[in-house]
Each structure stands twice: as structure tokens, then as C-alpha cells.
Design a protein around this ligand. Structure first.
Ligand code: GAF
Length: 380
């Protein structure tokens, strides 16, 4: 059933509109966004859809089709961090962030219907925020360009939902276009689209969802941010973006071992993003970025220490089965890996991963192909 009909079934009338926004995979550039560095994500063809209509009584009613998730209801005037828990924080946080910018946000009925897997490291929460941002912008008449919406959604995620993330996910969801990756400089916030016509080149991008759920509002993610800030402070720079690899090596004695390794990941990852972008923009075969993807994974595993046994197994097995490149994607500590594979070998690579997970006693992974999809938009 489409989202419009689902809304009508829930609320008993037709919604004023339906807006949608995609999840993402990050092709390369991991844990660089909050270090003011470079990223190259792509929107995927899995989306959060939100049907909405304004109400005149200032009440926000939020419902979702996700099994086992309860509806929420709150007055817009009472929105504040900590007032809601669970999935509805991502939606309500956007209303709250519009309010902070002086917008007159009406009450609304909203229904969320998403096929972005939750906890898989594919930015299901950013997809919700970005679809909600388009809906609230239109229904409140607020005049904010997409670049400002990125920061608004990030603020909802950081301050309302309590996850100290960067701008990678919201940028990918709001600014991407089909058939392209999005090269983003997180310091200047300038971005450009990079051609990524996988099927034309006979390539497939597989997502391997390890089913080991990740969350960034607790533990490791915030610790990694602290490590990076400590490294930058010891090096006397505002962010690790300002550091070149040879200078970092020379400055090693100024850093504790953990800070040094975290910094080495970030600095080398920025270089890998630039290498991948130059490669894709020069029209060379996509498969040739495989080695850069593999190096990114090694760096995340060994220096940044955000991989997991399941992610390592997925990457190692994909490469051994013939994938030119594979890596974990997103923040890590569980979630998904990606594998760039020859389209004709996608089935065989996927089967090898399922077998390897079975032998290792891991949960059966969910493996599916993704296409570079469209960014956030009004659907109807
Ligand atoms: C998560 C965060 F939300 C992003 O901001 C980014 O830091 C990513 O982890 C790691 O690259 O997806």
C-alpha cells in the first residue's frame, strides 16, 4: 500500500503531501566528517517516506508502519530534548529545530513508512529527519535552502536524539542525485556530484547487513570523536583536516599511541577520498578504486578500531571471492559492509559470505544490491 493510503487508513483523511528521503552508503571517507575532512557517500534506493498534514491545534501526532513501534503525541510547544524516546525523536527533533530558527511550526499528523533497515549503518535516522525536514519546511512555509536543512537535521540528531554525529548522513540524503556519488568537503561544506554509473560498467555494489545492530548515541562513537579532538589539540590544529601524513609521522612523539593511530586513520582516509574522487572523475574504471576501499577498511579496523568480527569476515570473504574492493561503511561497531563486485559475480560473492557467516556461527547476513539513488524530494 502506498504512503498516502497508509496515512488515510490511519488518520481517516488524505494527507496534504508525501515527502521522501534516502538512506546512504558511504563509498569512502569514514569518521572524517567531524574532523572537517572529505567524504564520498551515495544515496541508496531505500527511502523513508512521510505523509503529513497540518493541524490547527498545535498537536503533533506521529505514527509509523514499523512493527512494534508505538505512536507518539505531543504539543509542538512542549517539544524539548529528552521529551521523547525511540524512533519519534528523529521526526519531532526536526520540528523542534525549525522552531529554534524562528519558524512557526503547526501541529501535524505524520505517518512514517521506511524501507531503510534500522541499525544497519545505512542512515535510517537521517532519512527520517530529511524527509521530515522537507515536509515541515513546506507545511510551515519556512524558507531554508538544502544546505541549511543539512545543519538543521544534524542538530535534531545531535541535540534532540542525542547522537553526536557529523554532517555526512544528512548531506548524502538531502544533496545526492541518482547515478552519482556526492563528494563533500565537510569544512567548507562545498559539494559536487561524481559520476557513478555502476550498471553501465557491469559492476554491482552489495550491502552486507551483518544484523549486528549499531548505535551512535552511546559509547564508542563519542570516544572516537574525543580521541580525534585530543590528537588535534596535541598537534596545535583546529581539526585533523589541517594535518598532512608526513607531518603527522614527524609529530608522533607529541601524541599518545591511541591518539596517533586515530589521527593516522583520519589523515590517510582524507587522502584516500581524494584518490577515489580523482579516479572516478578521470573516467577510469570504477573497479580500480577497489584497493582504496580495501585500504580504508584496514585503517578502520587497525587504527580506528571501529570494525567488528562480522564486518571483517564480510570484507575478507568478499575479497577472497573476487570482489575488487570491500569495506565497512558508516560509523561501525556493527552495521553493514559494502562490496564492489562484478555484476556477474554478485550472486557467488553473496553466497560465499552467507556460507562463511554460517561456518563462523554468526547471524545470517542480509545481502542486497544498491543503486546510487535520488536525494530527498516531494513524492506527491
Ligand atoms: C555515522 C555518523 F552519523 C556520520 O556523521 C559519520 O561520522 C559516520 O558515522 C562515520 O563516517 O554514520
Amino acid at each position: 500500500m502506498n504512503t498516502r493510503a497508509l496515512f488515510a487508513g490511519r488518520y481517516g483523511y488524505e494527507p496534504q503531501g508525501v515527502w521522501s528521503a534516502p538512506g546512504r552508503v558511504n563509498l569512502i571517507g569514514e569518521h572524517t566528517d567531524y574532523n572537517q575532512g572529505f567524504v564520498l557517500p551515495l544515496a541508496i534506493n531505500r527511502r523513508a517516506r512521510i505523509a503529513a498534514s497540518p493541524r490547527t491545534d498545535g498537536v503533533l501526532r506521529l505514527a509509523t508502519t514499523a512493527p512494534g513501534s508505538e505512536a507518539a503525541e505531543i504539543k509542538v510547544s512542549e517539544l524539548a530534548p529528552g521529551r521523547l524516546t525511540g524512533w519519534s525523536r528523529y521526526l519531532a527533533g526536526v520540528h523542534w529545530a525549525f522552531g529554534l530558527r524562528g519558524a512557526t511550526v503547526p501541529g501535524m499528523d505524520m505517518l512514517l513508512d521506511s524501507d531503510v533497515p534500522v541499525g544497519a549503518g545505512l542512515s535510517s535516522s537521517a532519512a527520517v529527519e530529511c524527509a521530515a525536514a522537507l515536509a515541515v519546511r513546506e507545511l510551515s512555509g519556512a524558507d531554508l535552502p538544502p544546505g541549511d536543512l543539512v545543519l538543521l537535521c544534524q542538530q535534531a540528531e545531535n541535540e534532540f536524539a542525542g547522537a553526536p554525529t557529523g554532517i555526512l548522513d544528512q548531506s548524502a540524503s538531502l544533496l545526492s542525485e541518482a547515478g552519482h556519488g556526492l563528494f563533500l568537503d565537510c569544512r567548507s561544506r562545498e559539494s559536487r556530484l561524481v559520476p557513478l554509473d555502476l550498471s553501465w560498467e557491469g559492476m554491482t555494489l552489495l550491502v552486507i547487513d551483518t544484523k549486528v545492530s549499531h548505535a551512535h548515541d552511546s559509547g564508542g562513537y563519542a570516544e572516537r570523536r574525543d580521541d580525534c579532538e585530543r590528537a588535534a589539540a596535541a598537534l596545535g590544529v583546529q581539526s585533523l583536516r589541517e594535518v598532512a601524513l608526513p607531518d603527522l609521522v614527524l609529530a608522533a612523539p607529541q601524541l599518545d599511541r591511541t591518539a596517533y593511530r586515530r589521527a593516522r586513520h583520519v589523515v590517510s582516509e582524507n587522502e584516500r577520498v581524494l584518490t577515489a574522487v580523482a579516479h572516478l572523475e578521470s573516467g577510469r574504471p570504477i573497479r580500480d578504486i577497489g584497493q582504496v576501499l580495501a585500504s580504508s577498511h584496514e585503517s578502520l579496523r587497525d587504527d580506528f578500531e571501529v570494525s567488528s568480527p562480522e564486518l571483517d569476515l564480510a570484507v575478507e570473504t568478499a575479497m577472497a571471492a573476487g570482489a575488487p574492493g570491500a569495506r565497512m561503511t558508516g560509523g561501525g561497531f556493527g552495521g553493514s559492509a559494502i562490496a564492489l563486485v562484478d555484476a556477474r559475480e554478485a550472486g557467488q560473492v553473496g553466497a560465499a559470505i552467507v556460507r562463511a557467516f554460517g561456518r563462523a556461527g554468526c547471524l545470517e547476513p542480509d545481502i542486497f544490491a544498491v543503486e546510487p539513488g535520488a536525494g530527498a524530494r516531494r513524492e506527491s
